[in-house]
Design a protein around this ligand. Sequence first.
Ligand code: NAD
Length: 252
Amino acid sequence: MNISSTKAIISGGASGLGFACAKMLIDNGGSVTLLDINKEQGAKAVAELGSKAHFIVTDISQEQQVESAADKAAELMEGINLAIGCAGILGAGLIHSKKGPMPADYFQKVVDINLVGSFLLTRAASKHMQANDANNGEKGVIIHTASIAAYEGQVGQTAYSATKAAITGMILPLAREFARIGVRVMAIAPGVFETPMMEKITPEICEQIAAGIPNPSRFGKPVEFAKTVKHIIENQYLNGNTIRLDAAARLQ
Ligand SMILES: NC(=O)c1ccc[n+]([C@@H]2O[C@H](COP(=O)([O-])OP(=O)(O)OC[C@H]3O[C@@H](n4cnc5c(N)ncnc54)[C@H](O)[C@@H]3O)[C@@H](O)[C@H]2O)c1
């Protein structure tokens, strides 16, 4: 797909990796609609991105909100041919901690935002993509964000890792199902990236984490994530898989 013709909905697009993708698309002539729960950050993001960017306050875990946000985005951009799922929360915690057992509704919330939200975005976006005219056999591209925690989750990442592993598990059946409507589905599993999500970590811990990343020995930059998204959009032969983007990092 040609980047300049993209009409993208981006969940979690107001910040971090999602915002970097929005900027990359706008810089290359595309249109974006950010679906994010953070009103203030969303307004700031579109002000920075300019007139081809829109923002619809959306809780990605809420079925009706996602459906109506996608309908509105399709109206604003005259269609949707790209969806990028970047909304997510860390949901860290031990199953048994000093505070007691992890409440089931805490675990459920991580599942609802990270996993059910990815499903809802997929369903809403693909509904609109089906109506597109095929361009070189292609009507749309969907890209989700997993994590290397899908493969080697650390202590305290049970909920987060479960949702990210589930995202990687959805990609192949989705790609197979959507082959008949000309929509490709991919995921990226980032290592550790410099985003607001990571700002809660102290500088000492950041240094320790960076030292454990083989090469280059630093956090990834959101623009490096956006470059991978750009490649997936442009390379029609990428489908049904998850790309690790981690500088050879393996969580211990
Ligand atoms: N930063 C990293 O190191 C890293 C590593 C691996 C995976 N990831 C994944 O990348 C994605 C993007 O994370 P980021 O680092 O850019 O974090 P971020 O916190 O900067 O961005 C996440 C965005 O999601 C939004 N969001 C949260 N809950 C939402 C909801 N219910 N509905 C709609 N929007 C919601 C937030 O408002 C925020 O704008 C997440 O899925 C995260 O799990 C990040």
